[in-house]
Design a protein around this ligand. Structure first.
Ligand code: CA
Length: 218
């Protein structure tokens, strides 16, 4: 199981991150100040990823980074500041990525996944809803039979497969798969979801949520 350390002193944010990551199948550990993080890492450095707030009591995120770097654990900075200098500094210090608070959970999950994949911590296949998805070859199978999907259908499938049980807004789906601004007159999402359902046999799994969008029943 993938282990993620969350170093964030704002309880509400920390709790939200932990809940979301736990639901996505990660094992999480939370600490709320910089010194506690350093102590924990000294005793147990078996983490696959660290989410690191910058402004922390005890020791700040930048100070901790000096400490984490030799351990070779990838870091995503969480920063409340929109200051470019902070982000640049974080990346220069070896962080893999950063997230500016407040962020959407779906964005957090996506970035966590990208970093884990870069470090080859994630499996290259995904089994969900009776489908077997090979993320490297971008092939999708049901009962050993390959299902042919268009590139957009594949991206749509992956978005649901990687966020099981999570309600996805039409706007979010549109932005993630097609990019650009969603307007309520756009039926692209609905049409593609209908086609995808039929193609992969998710008629009952991919449920519509009135006024919101869709959710893949886990
Ligand atoms: Ca903070």
């Amino acid at each position: 199981m993938i282990r993620i350390l969350i170093v964030e002193d704002e309880r509400a944010i920390s709790d939200l991150i932990r809940m979301s990551l736990t639901r996505a199948g990660y094992q999480c550990r939370c600490v709320y100040d910089g010194l506690a993080a350093a102590d924990l890492l000294e005793a147990d450095a078996a983490f696959d990823l660290i989410l690191l707030d910058i402004m922390l009591p005890g020791a700040d995120g930048f100070e901790l980074m000096e400490y984490i770097r030799p351990l070779g654990i990838p870091v995503i900075f969480l920063t409340a500041k929109n200051a470019v200098s902070d982000r640049v500094k974080g990346l220069r210090m070896g962080a893999e990525d950063y997230l500016v608070k407040p962020f959407e959970i779906i964005e957090l999950l996506a970035r966590v996944e990208v970093v884990l994949r870069r470090y080859q911590k994630l499996a290259s296949t995904l089994d969900v809803g009776g489908l077997h998805i090979d993320l490297r070859s971008m092939q999708v199978f049901r009962d050993g039979q390959e299902i042919s999907l268009t590139p957009k259908e594949y991206e749509l499938l992956l978005l649901f497969a990687q966020n099981p049980g999570i309600a996805l807004y039409r706007e979010t789906i549109y932005q993630r798969v097609w990019g650009g601004e969603y307007t309520s007159t756009t039926r692209t999402v609905d049409l593609h979801v209908q086609r995808l359902r039929r193609k992969v046999g998710w008629e009952r799994r991919l449920v519509a949520i009135p006024k919101v969008g869709y959710r893949l029943e886990a």
